[in-house]
Design a protein around this ligand. Sequence first.
Ligand code: C5P
Ligand code: MG
Length: 190
Amino acid sequence: MINIVLFGPPGSGKGTQAKKLIEKYNLIHLSTGDILRNEIAHGTVLGEKAKAFIDAGELVPDDDIKAMVLKKFDEHKDSNGFIFDGFPRTCDQARFLRHELTDRDLRINIMITLNVPKEEIIGRLLKRAEIEGRPDDTKSIIEKRIEIYQNQAVAISGFYERMQKYVPIDGVGTVDEIFQRICNAVDATI
Ligand code: C5P
Ligand code: MG
């Protein structure tokens, strides 16, 4: 199995790059943000609960996120591996992921952080708002999400740095240029 954690601020291109990575390496895209948006679209109990947090740009409680991840794990037991996109967001989630993988005799190959300057991500997200109409892509909520990201980033990066899995990547350039940088880093782990 190849397991990749894709980390970076909102608008850094995690979703875009994850789509290319799942094709190239035949992986399952485990995007906690996409799962939550899907729950909201279907009006589930979890969706109702998550909506308030997401609309405010805040994080959904760890226990709800962990349950979602376990469910997805169980649905794809025999896959070639996962891209974790937007997860883990907290140290509790990072420890949980390590624990669950270890239990299954699996591991994280690499944690990639896409680095993009704040001005550029705000521009990208405002453009995405016009195309996708995500309610959390407004100027004030974007600021809040970036702030939460920055608060968590040091701890999460440190967690993977200590495991010698942390690889920062320049997230500015064309989609293909960034993809090539990521593939070079992933290929060095397999
Ligand atoms: O990952 P993405 O940017 O799509 O997430 C959108 C929102 O979903 C986040 O701003 C947050 O409110 C929520 N989320 C979360 N915990 C995660 C992933 C997403 O609370 N692990
Ligand atoms: Mg995303």
